[in-house]
Design a protein around this ligand. Structure first.
Ligand SMILES: [Zn+2]
Length: 224
């Protein structure tokens, strides 16, 4: 029997958000109340990169494709989970390592599994995560990848941020070639040893936006 695995973090007040002023803290305010308005409603304050989300090319590329214009067939389809759980904190995955972990699989969607989601809620989630070398990122582009998912907050070295000379080089390599990113995936461990799953990332359709929170799931089994 096919199994549906939820790969998304829950959204709630006080949840971890990227520690920079351009990523807001989440606020959830109850508006309608049972017994008073006799219905429940809420106001949400979220960033476009809150929790499990998709990055559109326009996040780093001026004039790049926005989240509402990414074709659904780029966001959904057969995907290869890629076991990188050997990575120590702050490890830069090399070209040889990514090639070996992907092997002969030709899927256009790759899901990088570090099991880093276990650090969710801890400050080290943002400071110590493993990431891709620029050589590994260039190879991912060259093999025709259209979506790259990962259970880490970013594909870039945490030291290569806005205060650095080389600001987010891996984001620019990937998004610059139209490779969409699905960041902050959770629970990739639950895919087990599956060599192929069917992946769905459903970002909110926010017109003109650089990204959006997404419900991401994978279906395991039931193919072939
Ligand atoms: Zn992002």
């Amino acid at each position: 029997m096919p199994r549906i695995v939820d790969l998304s973090f829950p959204i709630h007040e006080g949840m971890t958000t990227f520690p920079s002023h351009w990523h807001p803290m989440v606020e959830i305010t109850q508006m309608g109340r049972h017994g008073i308005e006799n219905r429940e409603t809420r106001k949400l304050v979220l960033g476009t990169h809150t929790g499990t989300h998709v990055d559109a090319p326009s996040h780093f590329i001026p004039g790049g494709t926005t989240i509402d214009r990414i074709p659904l067939d780029k966001l959904c389809g057969p995907a290869a989970p890629v076991d990188l759980t050997f990575s120590k904190p702050k490890h830069a995955v090399t070209l040889a390592e990514i090639k070996k972990a992907v092997g002969a699989r030709r899927h256009k969607i790759l899901l990088l599994r570090y099991d880093w989601s276990k650090k969710w809620g801890d400050r080290s989630y943002y400071t110590d995560y493993p990431f891709l070398s620029t050589e590994a990122a260039a190879w991912i582009v060259s093999r025709g990848t259209t979506l790259l998912g990962m259970d880490a907050p970013s594909p870039d070295n945490p030291a290569h941020n806005i205060n650095c000379k080389t600001d987010s080089p891996v984001h620019k390599i990937l998004l610059g070639k139209g490779v969409v990113l699905s960041e902050y995936l959770a629970n990739l461990k639950a895919l087990g040893a599956a060599k192929e799953v069917t992946f769905f990332a459903m970002p909110l359709k926010v017109l003109g936006a650089d990204g959006a929170p997404a419900r991401c799931v994978a279906i395991v089994g039931g193919r072939g």
